[in-house]
Design a protein around this ligand. Sequence first.
Ligand code: ADP
Length: 284
Amino acid sequence: MAAAVSLRNVHKVYNNACVVNDLSLTIEPGEIFGLLGPNGAGKSTTIRMLTTLAQATQGDIVVAGCDISRQPAEVRRQIGVVLQQVSIDGDLSVWENMEFHGRMHHIPNRVRQQEIDRWLSYVGLSNRKADKAKLLSGGMQRRLQIARALLHQPKILFLDEPTVGLDPQTRRRLWEIIQDLNQQQGMTMLLTTHYMEEVEYLCDRIGIMDRGQLIETGTLAELRQKHGEGIVMKQTGDRWDYDFFPTLDAANDYLDQQPDKTGMMTRASNLEDIFVELTGRNLD
Ligand code: ADP
């Protein structure tokens, strides 16, 4: 099967700075792929290029089987986009926001009304149809963005930091929606985030991005296997030193052998450990 998204040697240069540097990546149909990285890593720029909002300086991008530079309109028909900055019109009602988007996509009248009802109900906003969008909470506005992005039945959904700034309960509700769309509709998703738990909960595969480069890809299990599934931590003053071990058992064995175990502990490794190991920095 053809890839849902493919980038080959993609570069983006802004003001002589290479903010996306030689990015090559393939996302398979039906995958939830998470692009993880600290602020400024180039995640949003990557999403903007994939959704036709920014042009790559160099490289090839194919989305839903269409070359992005030659068939941008066709790409736009095939994708839904939920961007970080809330892009709904606060002075329009919830329904009007949906209606406007539906008309932009030339969805015929009868189907449009049905689809608006269907997706507003799906994200739990049926009873807010007549309210101005600006009166909705942050989480509801994000759900409206998702409903709107789904209106023209895209094959691939791009979500840029979908839960940033939301409280944990609202975040979890959005995760459920994203997971359900993937499982029930087989929708391919690419999301960016700097929340580790989001990636661990949602994503089939992870790409770690730092300073414009994709420095690692794989499933969480693959990454843990590669870098080490167990960790020995040692506290020296205010500082914690970490050592990776192939397994948690191996880390425990090592600890057992130490004559002085003061300030030492073991635990399973997580994505954050791997990120710090790769970049020498924390995500936030
Ligand atoms: P992330 O989404 O990982 O936080 P971004 O893609 O937003 O990272 O930004 C990557 C780098 O590109 C940053 O240094 C940012 O300042 C720069 N950048 C992003 N958009 C523009 C732009 N339109 N003009 C100039 N520089 C930009």
